[in-house]
Design a protein around this ligand. Structure first.
Ligand SMILES: *Cc1c(COP(=O)(O)O)cnc(C)c1O
Length: 489
């Protein structure tokens, strides 16, 4: 591709993407196509092209395909899972990053990019009120950020050479992990992948607010020690994935210190809300953690993928990942990120994060995060006006609720009715995910299937929120009319 062709195709493409941004709110959230329809569009069974094609034409075709048939997480009414709208500046940042293509594994291969990553990490730490001289690394997302911290904890707390000899304690007993029952599934993957086994996890029950029960936690730690096991890691969640619940982080810090455990906070979703003054109290204790995982591709609006692991003692990352002697010294000490994490060659994902931090600054992020929380709260309050909509939880920017047909209100709690309500709300969720009016996901809270709105979206307005109850009421009544007889008799 010549520079001239690149220029032409690039300009055309940027125009199309700007058009997409302008028209986003008027489009359905999703085209709701079936897997077969999508495969047809793509001509999925076609063979590998044997000949070359014109780059401009293929790019135009790819833009048609992707722009017209995707689910838009940048749509003002996208409220599913925890997936954010991408910051336009990050989109452009990715273009620079891939055009220059520094390999951010080693300083020598990526001098400016390495320093930009280091600065981004310091700024993220600052935003979280975490020591700015901590260690850190950007990775692909929350799972990977939690894994990196997990491996740092494992290497720091095992009293044998776990990197050399493996995860089974030579002197017997078993490494033990403590986390609430609401902890994200990364912990199972980590315990499995890194050789401890999922049976090493102690799932601690939660209180009414879905926060870890600290009394049960201490009892379990004591019981395990008495059995000769080796408690080593305590995980607090700062914004659970289902409901946004924040564990009592200061109490956990105390328990970790008293029991000599590595204290890790999973703030992949909620962590950045610590910067919001009205939330500060709930995050008390997070800054005492030995490590924190946050996700710039959630509340910092970096386009996918960007996660960030922060570790209080920077040496702990090298101790977990480096295969060089850490006393390597050049004239000036430099960071070679391959020593700080699992990757070798690494892309320049820091640029989109750094650009977002520079553009929005602290006050911009505080305002955007606060807006999301306020909007989720507005929905929770609004639900009070609708007798068919039962509010269930509100925490951070997550609100959960369910639809109950008016004539079933008196029978809530009956087993058959609860089963029916679960089915009905599941169908409503399915319709919401296919129909394109608004996109929600779900949670299961104490056996109830509930609709779950999670706003990590700088485009959502109060009018979008006000429109939601009527949409759910309409779909609820329609689906109830269709399936009640068949399910409930
Ligand atoms: C999103 C999330 C994760 C996983 O992060 P990914 O970026 O999806 O890998 C882990 N923990 C919590 C609390 C999350 O919200």
């Amino acid at each position: 591709m010549s520079a001239a062709d690149f220029r032409k195709a690039g300009h055309t493409l940027i125009d199309r993407l700007a058009d997409l941004m302008e028209s986003m709110a008027d489009r359905p959230v999703t085209s709701g196509k079936t897997p077969l329809e999508i495969r047809d569009l793509l001509d999925a069974d076609a063979n590998l092209p044997s000949d070359t094609s014109d780059a401009g034409e293929i790019l135009a075709g790819a833009a048609d395909l992707v722009i017209d048939h995707s689910l838009y997480n940048g749509h003002p009414r996208f409220w599913g899972y925890i997936t954010s709208s991408p910051a336009p500046i990050g989109v452009l940042g990715d273009l620079i990053a891939s055009a220059v293509n520094p390999n951010v594994g080693a300083w020598g291969l990526a001098p400016v990019a390495t320093e930009i990553e280091a600065q981004s990490i310091r700024w993220i730490a600052e935003l979280l009120d975490y020591p700015a001289d901590c260690g850190g690394i950007l990775v692909s997302g929350g799972n990977m950020a939690n894994f990196v911290c997990f491996l740092a904890a494992r290497a720091a707390k095992a009293d044998w050479d776990i990197r050399k000899n493996g995860a089974t304690p030579v002197a017997g007993g078993r490494l033990r992990i403590y986390a609430s029952a609401e902890t994200h599934t990364w912990i199972q993957k980590a315990a499995d992948l890194f050789g401890l086994g999922t049976e090493s996890i102690r799932w601690i029950s939660t209180d009414n607010g879905l926060r870890i029960d600290t009394e049960l936690l201490q009892e379990q730690i004591d019981a395990d020690r008495a059995d000769g096991d080796r408690p080593f890691l305590l995980i607090g969640t700062a914004g659970s994935v289902s409901t946004g619940a924040i564990d009592p982080l200061a109490d956990l810090a105390t328990i970790a210190r008293k029991n000599d455990l590595w204290y890790h906070v999973d703030g992949a979703y909620g962590g950045f809300a610590a910067a919001v003054p009205s939330c500060k109290e709930a995050f008390n204790g997070m800054s005492q953690a030995d490590s924190i995982a946050v996700d710039p591709h959630k509340w910092l609006y970096a386009p996918l993928e960007a996660g960030c692991a922060l570790v209080r003692n920077p040496k702990a990352l090298q101790n977990a990942f480096s295969y060089h002697p850490p006393y390597y010294h050049f004239d000036t000490e430099v960071i070679n990120y391959f020593d700080y994490g699992p990757q070798n060659s690494r892309g320049f994902r820091a640029l989109k994060v750094w650009l977002g931090l520079k553009q929005a600054g602290r006050s911009g992020y505080v305002r955007m995060i606060e807006d999301d929380i306020t909007l989720a709260r507005s929905l929770y309050d609004l639900l009070g006006d609708y007798p068919e909509l039962e509010k269930v939880t509100h925490d951070l920017s997550i609100t959960t609720f369910r639809y109950i047909p008016e004539d079933l209100n008196d029978r809530v709690g009956e087993e058959a009715v609860e089963e029916y309500l679960n089915r009905l709300n599941e169908e409503i969720r399915n319709e919401l995910q296919q129909g394109g009016e608004a996109f929600l996901s779900h949670a299961v809270i104490r056996g109830k299937f509930v609709l779950r709105l999670c706003i990590v979206n700088f485009r959502t307005t109060i009018d979008d929120i006000r429109a939601l109850p009527e949409i759910v009421l309409r779909l609820g009544a329609e689906i109830d009319g269709k399936i009640r007889k068949e399910v409930l008799g």
